[in-house]
Design a protein around this ligand. Sequence first.
Ligand SMILES: Cc1cc2nc3c(=O)[nH]c(=O)nc-3n(C[C@H](O)[C@H](O)[C@H](O)COP(=O)(O)OP(=O)(O)OC[C@H]3O[C@@H](n4cnc5c(N)ncnc54)[C@H](O)[C@@H]3O)c2cc1C
Length: 400
Amino acid sequence: MIDFSFTEEQIMIQKLARDFAQKEVAPRIKELDQKAEFDRSILTKMAELGILGLSIPTKYGGSGGDYISLGLACEELEYVDTSLRVILSVHIGLNSLTLLSWGTEDQKQKYLVPQAQGKKIATFGLTEPNAGSDVVAIEAKAQKSGDYWILNGEKMWISLADVADNFLIFAWTDQEKRKKRDHSGMSCFIVERSFPGVSTATIHGKLGIRAGNTGSISLSDVKVPKENMLGEEGEGFKIAMFALDQGRYTVAWGATGLIKACLDHSVKYANERKTFGEVIGKHQLVKEMISDMVSGYECSRLLCLKAGWLKNKGLRSTKETSLAKMYACDASEKASSHAVQIYGAYGYSDEYPVERFYRNSKGAVIYEGSREIHKLMQADYALGYRIDKPTRCTLPLPEE
Ligand SMILES: Cc1cc2nc3c(=O)[nH]c(=O)nc-3n(C[C@H](O)[C@H](O)[C@H](O)COP(=O)(O)OP(=O)(O)OC[C@H]3O[C@@H](n4cnc5c(N)ncnc54)[C@H](O)[C@@H]3O)c2cc1C
């Protein structure tokens, strides 16, 4: 039987994330967003509270918790601002959970432990100026030289690029395979900001997530020790897809929180603003928008819970996670558009948070697999074109 009640631990983590976001960030988020300023003290506080080590076992410096706890935390963080959830998506979802599943014991001790403790911040560098959805089109390359790999390339649109200490970088290690677009020629490397030849920059003028950092990473003859290859040579593509299975899960939960924020603000305003002698909540077309948000929230949450349930059991959830991500992000874009509409002209200014929600909602429809890529995936599963091969998909539970 499916059980929809949460455990005490899950509720505790949900409350921890909610209290942190509401007390520490909500009062300042408007200003941070307006100034397009990433506030590093937020990371310090998240580290102190153990939020940066959620779902990482305590034996690796984390604070434990299962996939549902991680999801609930993402929902609470994005309820306040998308930039907070993005931190968890890259630091935990795309990077730390990938290290946990694919790293050697030495790599876990050296990189995962300080990341889970929040002493080091981590992100994920796959996208390039000429390659996003088409991962095999990346151009970054790594050449073997003695005990090192020499990395060259440009990564673009990387969350926390100008903030993180550690990066997972994907590059071609086999140029012949690259020419044939054979993804078994790609590998993954753990790269430290401190390695000579690494430089980063921030992208300015973004539509949304302005309180977050997004940027580029330049790699110029970066000497990466051979023990920093994650997985085996040629496993980079598989690792990237594994990482995205974790990251998309956090994005889906975050989008669900964004819908809830739109709903709560809209309900409040609809019960206050009057036109034609009654509050606008009494008008049927406004009710329709509220109803869309209710169904969007409930359906997104159910899809997230199903993906989390599969993940907790150590079962493959690529299809379910993709569907949750696709549906929730679409629903959050729609909900935030409705929220601006319900606020009328006031929704069009930054006096109320709904315009920020609207701008923030768009990114998730593009990153971690655009809406179109997820639609293709879902259709391919339905048509039987996609064979879901077993892969590493397990978070050790609980505290194994
Ligand atoms: C705020 C933000 C943060 C990000 N953070 C990260 C990060 O931390 N790490 C990282 O590696 N990347 C990150 N990205 C990059 C993101 O993952 C890519 O933008 C995304 O994969 C899409 O790639 P693209 O932008 O190159 O678009 P393209 O791949 O060029 O696609 C352009 C358009 O064509 C559509 N399209 C492409 N191929 C098909 C197809 N076969 N069928 C139908 N339609 C198609 C797409 O859906 C899209 O609408 C981030 C992006 C943003 C905006």
